[in-house]
Design a binder for this molecule. Structure first.
Ligand SMILES: C[S@@+](CC[C@H](N)C(=O)[O-])C[C@H]1O[C@@H](n2cnc3c(N)ncnc32)[C@H](O)[C@@H]1O
Length: 361
């Protein structure tokens, strides 16, 4: 993610991700209420995994606090202390979040003396590894992160080192089946590991709500609509045709990303076996959702391109070089405008609420 809070930062361009926090709010609230009423902890320990740096991070926390406060008022019950851990990769711009905490705490104080207290801490680390002590957390949340894989799948390159996903940066209509199978296999391995690790960290009866980008069809069916990253791959391919990029540079790059179907998710959760599915829903959002709330001078294509740029620029720049980034995303904006003229661009998002089983680990 691009750090800071400026024009090209993730913080300033995260309305798509905010939309999912709003759309998943009823499921988060239902799960949190059930957790709280089932456990009544004095100190409610919550983790937000892949928190990034921006307004969405604190939005989620204040929504949770409002809900618990309201629930306790209804029950005439003293509210809990909140201990919130913000996790992301160590390179995340935690400083921008930490600088915004004093004003966040001030706002909480204004809500009343019986509100909170709340203690917020950073927990840098890879969520495909252990982050917390055994049976420590009551509630885990993650918004718009789990489509990121732990690595690029090994099967996108043949045993003799030949790239198999030529001209693409993700699964595309022209990708061989082995590429799709490698991505799916890596998703199954990563997500199984993620569930196993969290099952060690969450108390029995604790909850986890995960929202992420998914797909509504298996890629194997071959008739899926273009994905954002397929179109970005085509834009890079155009640059190869024009001699602005080496073909080998494009052929040797694949994104560590996989958007599963709801069924693929269900199978991994059921096979892993530590959690019971409380809800598993798909939610559609337009690629240019909330464009009316963003910079009004941008075309639809420019708006989508900017939102993608703040997320993938660091990873693309480390492979293709920083100098082509502006050109790439200007071209991508034009391609996106052309595409959205004739097609509907939308994400299929998945929201799942999981309850940790009462088996001892
Ligand atoms: C699109 S942002 C979403 C941020 C935030 N949750 C929101 O809703 O706005 C995805 C975040 O996931 C983080 N992330 C990706 N893989 C991760 C991993 N393995 N461990 C921890 N964080 C990860 C990225 O660094 C990034 O900040």
């Amino acid at each position: 993610m691009n750090g800071g809070d400026g024009e090209t930062s993730y913080a300033g361009n995260s309305l798509l991700q905010k939309e999912m926090i709003i759309k998943s709010k009823p499921i988060v609230e239902e799960s949190m209420r059930e957790l709280y009423l089932g456990t009544f902890p004095n100190c409610l320990r919550i983790a937000d995994l892949g928190c990034s740096s921006g307004p969405n991070t604190l939005l989620f926390i204040s929504e949770i606090m409002d809900l618990i406060h309201f629930t306790c008022q209804e029950l005439n019950h003293k509210g809990p202390t909140f201990q919130v851990y913000l996790n992301d990769l160590p390179g995340n711009d935690f400083n921008t979040i930490f600088r915004s905490l004093p004003s966040f705490y001030e706002k909480l104080k204004k809500k009343g003396a019986d509100f909170g207290p709340c203690f917020i801490a950073g927990m840098p680390g890879n969520f495909y590894g252990r982050l917390f002590p055994d049976h420590y957390l009551h509630f885990v949340h993650s918004n718009y992160c789990l489509h990121w894989r732990s690595q690029v799948p090994e099967g996108v390159v043949s045993k003799s080192g030949i790239p198999l996903n030529k001209g693409n940066i993700y699964i595309a209509k022209t990708s061989p089946i082995i590429v799709y199978a490698s991505y799916l296999q890596l998703f199954e391995r990563d997500f199984t590991l993620f569930l196993r690790l969290r099952s060690q960290e969450i108390i029995p009866g604790g909850y986890m709500v995960l929202s992420m980008i998914g797909s509504d069809k298996k890629f194997l069916s071959g008739n899926h609509s273009y994905t954002i990253f397929e179109l970005l791959g085509i834009t890079l391919s155009d640059m190869v045709q024009e001699g602005l990029l080496q073909e080998e540079e494009l052929d040797s790059f694949n994104l560590p990303y996989y958007a599963p179907t709801a069924e693929e998710m269900r199978q991994v959760i059921e096979t892993e076996g530590s959690f019971d599915i409380q809800r598993l829903e798909t939610v559609k959002t337009d690629w240019d959702v909330n464009i009316d709330k963003g910079n009004k001078s941008l075309s639809r294509g420019e708006y989508v391109s900017k939102g993608i740029k703040v997320v993938v620029q660091p990873i693309l720049a480390s492979h293709f070089g920083e100098e082509i980034m502006d050109n790439l995303f200007e071209r991508f904006a034009v391609k996106m405008d052309e595409y959205l003229e004739v097609e509907k661009g939308e994400y299929t998002n998945i929201v799942v609420s999981l309850k940790k089983r009462n088996t001892s680990e």
